[in-house]
Design a protein around this ligand. Structure first.
Ligand code: BLA
Length: 507
């Protein structure tokens, strides 16, 4: 029950926003039984859009309310498993855009006023989309692709600011591209902690890919009755067009100095990669034509991200692979492993994106690049030998499980450790430094003014992010894990072969 759920900053990870029981006022919502098409719940504002009061709709089968022709048209749509939205519907002669989806064994039917778009506007937006796709075909790095997308969306939607936001593996986010006029300050390069998009909001982003808030101050509209009469439970409206957002989020948007937002989820290979978030200082409504163009732009972007990632992963892998083979050759032509590694042509450091490495073999510890002191390294190895049973151990925040590591977080917040012999305390260690945020807050510091609740403000969030990210490095990619394991395997094979030849020579 949403009504008994008092939401504050401490419990928003469990806020049941999917059963909020309210919508925004720019359309209406009905809940129908999927079989009988009887209206079981309705928003209280239907008279603003149709010739029906909420009371006249409740408990009525659709067939009794519409003309035969109107009902037949709607009935055919309702028979489809997943109707494409929007549909153009007519009820007693009133035209509107209908959005239809199922929720459990109910049908949610929403309506928004029918709007037309001039041919000239449609042509312009279409041309922008064509131009963008031409650009995307030749751009090959994420920053410039994201920038082209932000710029095109700013032209199409004409909001004051467009942000392209990427998540990291822990749901902290970063603004990687931005387009704006001078109404709102820049957030480019800024980071936000995962708590700004708590778990229920992330689930929303996964399930509903376009969301708009035309006016954060618009009074919300109730869905009555709150409990569905046949299920006895509030109806899940997470996929609805009109669902009223959480008050906490509305306050956040308000504190940002923004009155209207639209955002598009960026899904790459089915995973939530990030989002494109558009902000306007004054209220503004995007009709279905604009939303459709925005969706096409977002899809083009997501496809590009996917191919850029693939290309980059492949390139990185080829580079690692080449380094690995050369290193093994270099070791093979040296008198022992250590001597081979210390030759300068090929460096162990090029095997990952890390900036430091240690080879602990026999009783010798050999350093490459930025590493903790020998004493610290030996203590780390003792700890690994005692506590770690995995052959490959990865962390991007070592101090969280090994607090002593906080002393050298600047060079080694991240650790990738490969065990050669736990018993002999022989390891291969790779280090990544702490992430450093060097940008300063951009834009006029007085604008927008901080709201009453300081925490619910992007600038405060930025400070929170800096706290959250202390002692953390970039993560270890699958490529890095795989190539270091390959390297270890090849080194061990070499070692065994050398021992075998030595034995033969003795015989
Ligand atoms: C939702 N929070 C969101 C959304 C964004 C952000 C983009 C999705 C909104 C939508 O798509 O309509 C966060 N927005 C940002 C950030 C920027 C931005 C970081 O423009 C930076 C430029 N939010 C909080 C805290 C809580 C919280 C502390 O900051 C909880 C205590 C909750 N955020 C919250 C909730 C939602 C949300 C509940 C879902 C809103 C909804 O019900 O639709």
């Amino acid at each position: 029950n949403y009504k008994n759920h008092f939401v504050d900053l401490s419990n928003c990870d469990t806020e049941p926003i999917y059963i909020i029981g309210r919508i925004q006022p720019h359309g209406f919502l009905l809940v129908l039984d999927a079989v009988t098409h009887v209206i079981e719940q309705t928003s209280t504002n239907t008279a603003d859009f149709l010739n029906f009061s909420p009371e006249s709709l409740l408990n009525q089968p659709l067939a009794d309310l519409l003309s035969n022709e109107e009902y037949q048209h709607l009935h055919d749509i309702l028979l489809q498993e997943q109707p494409v939205n929007p549909q153009l519907l007519s009820w007693q002669g009133n035209l509107f855009f209908g959005f239809i989806h199922t929720s459990g064994n109910k049908i949610i039917l929403e309506g928004e006023p029918y709007t037309t778009s001039s041919d000239l506007d449609r042509i312009k937006d279409n041309n922008r989309l064509v131009r963008l796709n031409e650009q995307l075909n030749v751009l090959d790095n994420l920053a410039s692709v994201a920038q082209a997308v932000a710029k095109t969306l700013l032209e199409v939607l004409a909001y004051d600011r467009v942000e392209v936001i990427q998540y990291d593996s822990e749901w902290n986010s970063e603004v990687i591209a931005e387009a704006r006029n001078n109404q709102l300050p820049a957030y480019l390069g800024h980071h936000f902690p995962a708590s700004d998009i708590p778990a229920p909001a992330r689930e929303l982003l996964r399930q509903k890919h376009i969301r708009q808030i035309p006016d954060v101050h618009a009074p919300s509209v109730e869905i009555i009755p709150y409990y569905n009469p046949t299920t006895g439970a509030p109806t899940n409206i997470i996929k609805s067009e009109l669902r009223n957002p959480s008050e906490i989020h509305l306050e956040y948007v308000h504190n940002m100095g923004v009155a209207a937002t639209i955002s598009f989820s960026v899904l790459v290979k089915g995973n939530l990669w990030g989002l494109i978030s558009c902000h306007n200082v004054t209220p503004v409504f995007m009709d279905v034509w604009k939303r459709q163009t925005g969706e096409l732009i977002t899809k083009a972007f997501a496809n590009n991200v996917s191919s850029i990632q693939e290309k980059r992963d492949k390139k990185q892998w080829a580079r690692f692979r080449e380094t690995e083979e050369q290193l093994i050759r270099q070791i093979n032509s040296s008198k022992n492993i250590r001597a081979g590694l210390l030759k300068t042509e090929y460096n162990l450091l090029a095997l990952t994106e890390g900036t430091g490495a240690i080879v602990a073999l026999g009783n010798q510890v050999t350093n490459f690049g930025l590493v903790p002191t020998e004493e610290q390294v030996r203590a780390l190895i003792d700890w690994l030998a005692e506590n770690n049973t995995e052959r490959l151990f990865c962390s991007r925040q070592l101090e969280k499980i090994f607090p002593e590591a906080a002393a050298y977080r600047e060079v080694a917040s991240g650790l990738l450790a490969l065990e050669i012999s736990r018993y002999n305390k022989e390891y291969l260690l790779f280090f990544k430094p702490e992430i450093k945020e060097t940008r300063v807050w951009a834009g006029n510091p007085e604008l927008p003014k901080l709201g009453a609740d300081l925490r619910l403000h992007p600038r405060k969030s930025f400070e929170k992010w800096e706290e959250v990210i202390k002692g953390k490095s970039e993560g270890w990619s699958l490529n890095e894990q795989e190539i270091t394991q390959t390297f270890l395997k090849d080194v061990v094979a070499l070692q065994l072969r050398n021992q075998a030849t030595q034995l033969e020579n003795l015989n």
